[in-house]
Design a protein around this ligand. Structure first.
Ligand code: C5P
Length: 401
């Protein structure tokens, strides 16, 4: 993994987080990258061209023309770059980018760029949470740009919330990770990913069971996507009609929660990323009848006992594993999901609400929200294969922090 020899175009807009750009430039230059800095006119109120050009070892431009009458070609700079990073990206600059409001050198350069574009927004929490910012970030993402989300913490206003520009190290790592072409396609090489999928069936007698409508599709899509990215994948699935054609995925079929738990812990120590997408039955019959139960009586009572919580046990025994859980909720969705994140000692939880049409069990589509202890991200309704990409992209971004 290296950025050595890469051409990095850093576009700075007018936010207080501009002071962090010095560290970012230094990181790239230290690793042998060439850095060209451009800035919006307002950025000059926060950082000086002199400090940025001293670190980048190149003149810094903010106007179409220099004082000596030379033309600062936005087209040349845009085509020169291997990547463009807009950071800090203010609400104003973000809005101009996605709507083509081309009234300064940064936007003109951005609109001429053919390279991958990274955006690290920075703004006050209410501006970051505003629907217009959310919409603009979605638009930027739909153009194929890579958003490096703002972090939670103390803001220049004194308020505390999400809006702080990502740390220079996070921005550097994200770009470095992307630039290594091997890593682009094999981003989980060397990692072992364990996924639980499908329902569990809890036997009542030799022919009947307690189960649920889970199809297993989400877990299988995750397994295929992780395998494409070069991971060693261990897929532990309850009864399901899904099939796997990928010889690199180790598929273990189980029936009950207890079997699933036992299989998970055969591998747990060697696992780097654990994703529990199985819809495990919470209760199982206390006794399994040896023979088929006859319908003699008017009423039949089956005593149920609590099943082991597989994910919670994984959370309790966590040493180095990055743990992802799922929450399928019908009410108080976010609160419940965040509660599970804490209670099960998870690093990340994926919420799907049964209130959202097309989300959850059985469907080929899903609409998710992801939570970590400090972040929240909402996604649109997508196929489960696309959702698997979003989930793994999010996991990878967390691992870089
Ligand atoms: O507590 P709840 O069942 O809503 O939690 C859902 C999450 O916990 C899912 O990730 C699911 O796979 C996991 N889970 C588990 N074992 C259980 C119950 C849930 O691994 N017995």
């Amino acid at each position: 993994m290296s950025v050595s020899g890469k051409k990095i175009l850093i576009a700075v807009s007018g936010g207080i987080a501009g002071y962090k750009i010095h560290f970012l430039i230094r990181d790239f230059v230290k690793k042998g990258a060439e850095v060209q800095v451009i800035m919006t006119p307002d950025a000059e109120n926060f950082v000086t061209k002199l400090s940025l050009s001293t670190l980048s070892k190149k003149p810094v431009y903010s106007d179409f023309y220099s004082d000596n009458g030379t033309w600062n070609s936005h087209v040349e700079m845009a085509l020169w770059a291997d990547v463009m990073i807009v950071t800090p990206c203010t609400a104003n600059t973000l809005s101009k980018m996605v709507h083509g409001m081309c009234d300064n050198l940064v936007i003109a350069t951005y609109m001429s760029a053919k390279c991958p574009v990274f955006i690290a927004p920075a703004m006050d929490l209410d501006m970051y949470a505003h629907p217009s910012t959310k919409k603009n970030l979605e638009l930027a993402e739909s153009f194929g740009h890579i958003i490096i989300p703002a972090e939670n913490g103390e803001l220049a206003s004194g308020l505390i919330g999400q809006g702080r520009m990502a740390e220079p190290a996070t921005i550097f790592n994200t770009v470095e990770h992307y630039l290594s072409s091997d890593i682009q396609s094999r981003s989980l090489e060397g990692k072992t990913v364990l996924i639980t999928a499908g329902p569990t069936y809890e036997a009542i007698d030799p022919v009947r069971f307690i189960g649920n409508h889970s199809s297993g599709k989400m877990g299988f899509s995750l397994a295929e996507e992780a395998s494409k990215r070069g991971a060693k994948v261990i897929l532990i699935s309850g009864p399901s009609f899904q099939i796997i054609n990928d010889p690199n995925i180790e598929l273990y079929k189980v029936t009950s929660a207890k079997e699933m738990l036992a299989k998970v812990f055969e591998f747990y120590e060697s696992v780097d990323i654990g994703i529990a997408s199985a819809a495990v039955a919470d209760y199982a019959p206390k006794e399994v009848a040896k023979e088929k139960i006859k319908k003699n009586d008017e009423n039949l009572t089956i005593e149920l006992v609590k099943n082991p919580d597989i994910l919670k046990t994984m959370g309790e025994k966590k040493t180095h594993q990055f743990l992802v859980g799922f929450a399928l909720e019908t009410q108080n969705e976010e609160e419940n999901a965040k509660g599970k994140l804490e209670k099960k000692n998870l690093d990340m939880i994926v919420l799907n609400s049964l209130r959202d049409e097309g989300a959850g069990f059985k469907n080929d589509t899903n609409k998710i929200k992801i939570f970590t202890k400090t972040e929240k991200k909402e996604f649109n309704l997508k196929s489960k294969d696309e959702v698997a990409k979003d989930i793994l992209n999010f996991v990878e971004a967390q691992l870089l922090k």
